[in-house]
Ligand binder design. Structure first.
Ligand code: C2E
Ligand code: CA
Ligand code: CA
Length: 748
């Protein structure tokens, strides 16, 4: 029988083993932790001094988004699956594997086999149990000098990995001598930064923002330049990311903000009214200081009105740690600052993000869409369309060509900043521009939404006076007198402009007995006949307006025809008709409609499902993709009952789902809920459905944009989902008890 000491010793040995596990391994993935990886790799390098080795750093691209969209539990599963896959793939190679931190893995593998290693890693990632692609970014560092510590080699591999990030074509990069000199260069810059700031080597340049219609300057962006006595002009991309990493950006930005505000003060002292200037705010600034207080103090100190200073916060800042950023932005906006979302569209969660974040203006960078292919244009159009829905003004950045400008104007974007207009310039040069009243428009606040014509949708065209007025102004001139005998339409007289417009119609003389109807599209004939009838019976001298197509060479023209019944003589009716070519408008509207469809398409490329809710009609409209996903039998349903009747919502979620809609119908700006939803094919998933209302020009909530995100595919709800569901139910019950408008607005 084992003695008591034996038992104790056994227990102790077990504990020791467990301790070793804690000390040496990463508990989630069961790979070595960072320290053990360093140690084991160093041992391997020592044991095999003549074998070449590589240190490999592997990162999961956009892992944060996976965590956000599917929950941390799924994120962990992905990491474990990758770890297990790597272990299996690399054990025949005698490799050492570890997890550095978060979503970064480390490998020490025999050298000279990069392609094979990359293929193996890609295969592991491809097998990841997630319904969207998970991609690696891989960095190699060849071990050439064995006296260097492993952690340094890992840093270098990580650096190479960073250069491979965000690219869909290239997944890996090798640390090389140029990156090594880059590191050294960065180190020198870091060492010199403090002194340079004191020596005023940093200068603020301004780049004008223009109204593309008028070509006038309506604002500017302050952009920093480092003018070094030794190196000359150093562009910000060489030092901003570096300063963001070591925190120096806070000092630099503070300097840029103060320089900008002081410059505004000097302009006013010189009797020149300046245009508003935007400064950049890094997310590091937001974590490291009270931006709102700092800016308010600076503005007070220099007695500059806050309407002259605008703030650009880059979109990626919102993606990483949104809570703090969102809170800061809300505070800044609450204080009256204008906040621009910079580089909008560069991230992938943009559209989803707008649901939760308020900003004043979107800045879209054309360079993110540099490939001039259709898809980029479609996405740009979709983003502009979305901003139209949300009533957000847009500034396009990086506009370099007239073609880009024309395209932007055609899709309704008014403002731009880019080399096509002006490059960033030193202060004196900008001051000279400002002094020229021809070049500046102080009355333009840079916030006009869109060209009004672009704002109208098909439906509006027939009901708003605006469009017909525009058309009417074009149309003075193209006027005709027609007679109609119940079957044929004949020209009695026309003005010169009329003949010009209708160039395929001959002058009447000989043919004035020629029926004109066949010149119009056959499909439009019933509309014309009905129009003639309506004009005859119209009360109060009302004019009837028609939009019809006329054959024109091999294409067709859209014509707006306004008809007025003049008299009835000898069994014929005589009409006065004013005609205008509205082909361009109709095609634009058609394009807008198509872009709306493309917007849905663009959404379908993410795992988000989007729909549009007409609040008044209580109808939800969605893409074919959504229809297929949920096996709905039409592309429009009455909401919420239409969804429920078709079995989209599992019974346990019906109440929450109804309550969310009720909240919107009762006037809530946003509402969301978690539901158990049934997909086509019968599987049920946990979805978060969010609705955000969209206001029209008069501030009335007319539509809501809905986003559906899958948060779990498990049958059983996770503890977090259970908790959210409980909160949802409680809030529903308490609002019902208080007989308030029911609804879990912003529950989650
Ligand atoms: P950003 O905020 O997106 O600034 C716009 C950048 O686009 C500027 O580059 C500008 O010169 C460039 N740009 C404008 N129009 C065109 C164009 O038509 N074509 C091309 N190719 N480029 C155009 P810059 O000045 O090199 O600044 C780069 C980035 O550095 C900025 O991007 C911003 O993120 C950062 N940055 C610059 N100044 C500051 C600053 O004072 N503080 C902070 N935190 N970041 C700054
Ligand atoms: Ca900017
Ligand atoms: Ca930008």
């Amino acid at each position: 029988m084992p003695s008591q000491t034996d038992a104790l010793q056994q227990e102790l040995a077990g504990l020791r083993q467990e301790l070793r596990l804690y000390q040496n391994y990463d508990l989630l993935t069961r790979l070595y932790n960072k320290q053990t990886f360093y140690q084991k790799s160093a041992e391997l390098l020592r044991e095999q001094p003549n074998t070449p080795f590589d240190i490999v750093c592997v990162d999961v691209e956009r892992f944060k988004l996976i965590n956000d969209q599917y929950g941390a539990e799924t994120g962990d599963k992905v990491l474990c699956a990758i770890a297990a896959g790597l272990k299996q793939a690399f054990s025949p190679m005698n490799a050492i594997l570890g997890r550095m931190a978060g979503d970064v893995f480390l490998l020490c593998v025999p050298g000279g086999r990069e392609q094979e290693v990359e293929q193996l890693i890609l295969r592991v990632f491809a097998d990841c149990p997630l319904n969207r692609p998970v991609l690696p970014a891989i960095g190699f560092c060849h071990v050439t000098d064995r006296t260097l510590p492993i952690n340094l080699l890992c840093d270098w591999a990580a650096l190479a990995m960073r250069t491979a990030k965000g690219s869909y074509l290239k997944h890996s990069a090798v640390f090389n001598s140029s990156q090594r000199s880059l590191l050294l260069e960065e180190q020198t810059l870091m060492d010199k930064a403090d002194a340079a700031l004191k020596n005023r080597e940093f200068q603020v340049y301004f780049q004008p923002k223009c109204n593309m219609r008028t070509g006038r300057i309506v604002g500017a962006e302050a952009l920093v330049r480092w003018i070094s006595p030794e190196k000359g002009l150093i562009p910000p991309c060489n030092f901003i990311p570096l300063f963001e990493r070591n925190g120096f950006i806070k000092k630099l930005d503070l300097y840029v903000w103060e320089e900008t505000i002081a410059w505004l003060r000097r302009r006013m002292d010189a009797g020149v009214r300046p245009v508003p200037v935007s400064v950049n705010i890094s997310r590091i600034d937001i974590y490291g200081m009270d931006v709102c207080n700092v800016l308010t103090q600076l503005l007070n100190h220099y007695k500059v009105d806050l309407s002259l200073l605008e703030l650009e916060i880059t979109e990626s800042a919102y993606v990483n740690q949104p809570e703090e950023i969102i809170r800061t932005i809300e505070r800044l906006m609450g204080h009256g600052f204008t906040v621009l979302m910079d580089d909008f569209g560069s991230g992938y969660s943009s559209l989803n993000m707008l649901n939760n974040i308020s900003v004043d203006i979107l800045k879209i960078d054309m360079r993110f869409l540099a490939r001039d292919d259709r898809k980029s244009r479609d996405i740009l159009e979709s983003v502009l369309h979305m901003s139209k829905w949300l009533n957000l003004p847009v500034v396009a950045e990086g506009v370099e060509t007239k073609t880009q400008m024309d395209f932007l104007l055609a899709v309704g974007c008014m403002y731009a900043q880019g080399y096509y207009f002006y490059r960033p310039m030193p202060q004196v040069q900008f001051e000279a521009l400002l002094a020229d009243p021809e070049k500046v428009d102080l009355a333009d606040n840079g916030r006009q939404l869109f060209d009004q014509a672009m704002l109208l949708d098909f439906h509006d065209l027939f009901h708003k006076d605006l469009m017909s007025d525009r058309l009417l102004s074009n149309l003075l001139g193209a006027i005709a007198l027609y007679s109609f005998d119940g079957e044929g339409l004949y020209l009695l007289r026309g003005t010169e402009a009329y003949y010009k417009l209708m160039d395929s119609f001959k002058r009447p003389q000989a043919q004035w007995e020629q029926n004109l109807l066949p010149f119009f599209y056959e499909e439009d004939h019933p509309q014309i006949l009905e129009g003639l009838r309506r004009a005859k019976t119209a009360v109060d001298d009302n004019v009837v307006e028609l939009y019809v197509r006329k054959h024109h060479r091999n294409v067709f023209l859209w014509l707006q025809i306004r008809l007025f019944h003049l008299a009835e003589t000898g069994g014929r009716d005589v009409y006065y008709a004013a005609l205008a070519d509205c082909t361009e408008h109709m095609t634009t509207l058609e394009r807008l409609r198509v872009s709306e469809e493309q917007f849905c398409l663009a959404m379908e490329t993410t795992s988000l499902v989007l729909f549009e809710l007409d609040i008044k009609k209580r109808e939800a409209r969605y893409s074919k993709y959504t229809q297929r996903s949920f096996d709905l039998d039409a592309q429009v349903v009455k909401a919420p009952e239409g969804f429920i009747q078709q079995g989209t919502v599992c019974p346990e979620s019906e109440e929450d789902f109804r309550a969310m809609y009720e909240a919107i119908f009762c006037g809530a700006e946003k509402a969301s809920c978690i539901i158990h939803a049934r997909l086509s094919g019968g599987a049920a998933v946990w979805n978060r459905v969010s609705l955000t209302t969209v206001k029209n020009n008069r501030g009335q909530a007319v539509k809501a944009v809905g986003i559906v995100e899958t948060i779990s595919r498990e049958t059983e709800p996770s503890p977090e989902i259970c908790q959210a569901l409980r909160r949802q139910a409680q809030s529903r019950q308490s609002s019902a008890a208080a007989a308030l408008p029911r609804g879990p607005a912003n529950l989650i």
